[in-house]
Design a protein around this ligand. Sequence first.
Ligand SMILES: C[S@@+](CC[C@H](N)C(=O)[O-])C[C@H]1O[C@@H](n2cnc3c(N)ncnc32)[C@H](O)[C@@H]1O
Length: 409
Amino acid sequence: MQKHKPLIEKLFAKNYQLIDGTDDVFELDLALWEYEVLSKEELINRSAYLKLVDGIETAHFKTCNLQNLEEVHKNSSFRTKVFFLDGKYSTGYATHSLFPYRGKFHPQLIRALLNILEIKSGNVVLDPMAGSATVSVEANLLGIDSISVDLSPFCGLMGRVKTFALDLDLKTLQSITNAPKELLENLKQEKVPDYFINNKDDKKRSYYETVLLAFLDSMGFASRTSSSIDKLFPRVLERYISTIKYFQEARQELGLKIGKSKILQGSVLNLPIEDNSVDVIITSPPYSFAIDYLKNDQPQLEYLGYDLESLREGMIGLQGHGVENKLEIYFDKMNIALKEMQRVSKKNAPIIIIIGTNNIQTNGVILETKVIELAERQNLKFELELIKPIKGLQNTMKNESILFFTNLK
Ligand SMILES: C[S@@+](CC[C@H](N)C(=O)[O-])C[C@H]1O[C@@H](n2cnc3c(N)ncnc32)[C@H](O)[C@@H]1O
């Protein structure tokens, strides 16, 4: 049942309907904002929260329905299946579900933010702490070019696969994956990473990276359950291929034009990006030291041959001893990160930072208050805060803040 029905009927014209599950106040806020700034045609082509626009189904609604999630998740665990079916319109569509990175954005929210900021094809979108590249995928789905930067090489792999899979040749993927047992044996002996080092065929490289991500996904799965990688890998690979297949079919049917992406391994503290070159930044830093991203991805990073300790040094939120010292280093790094965001973005560019406070862990320090203070010192004018409740983690973290700034230069 649609919550807030009388309110929705008052806000939107007849024959306009919201996508099922658009229940939170921040979502209504964003849906109304989209409705006000986008033309009718734009609403049909790119709205995140509308299902019907003057009686016509939106592209987002259609894409999600064409993804055939029941079929994609036929071999997934009950919990995973329910998770993705529940998140059909918010998180489980396109290539977002390929690797469920911890702390990932809700893609539907990113789509709405790009819409209300009126970001169009020809603009460049940046996420300088990109994780699994949710921002890039959403921008590319709207035909907009993007740059993702993350210090973790494993995030680089996720980002490359998720954006590449938006626009690949399905037949090549199917031919490379038609012998999963053989692939698994090679992967277990680390032969596929070898392929990347010795092989010059760049065209096939991205297809093999897709297989490698499926392998690393099963590896994580196997370490959390009693199932073996031999059993899990064929199933995960099949899920990857069917996810990509259904998205490709939807894309063809709807004629979606995919934007280009650059996925870079680098630090937000020293961005490999020119001054005044990006039109908008949407990002979320680590929420102080709530998640140790390196420990989380340790098996995958070690398999790929990276030294965790050398990566740890540059990571935001992973240094210091005791709460006070950890927070001091965290804010020092955030200050440099904000300075870099100010440098690379154009005058008047919007910058959105999404951050949640776990004030139990931080001894009551509110991260967003301090981030606003640091940003304003860098001439990033604070404009607005939207509150997004975090579902399922109510005990430790209640809300995330969506902070809007403008770069005054
Ligand atoms: C909250 S997560 C971002 C998740 C992302 N929004 C997504 O949708 O997947 C924060 C990210 O910041 C990255 N990070 C931490 N320190 C960094 C640094 N110095 N430079 C770039 N990225 C960094 C972490 O690797 C992690 O992926």
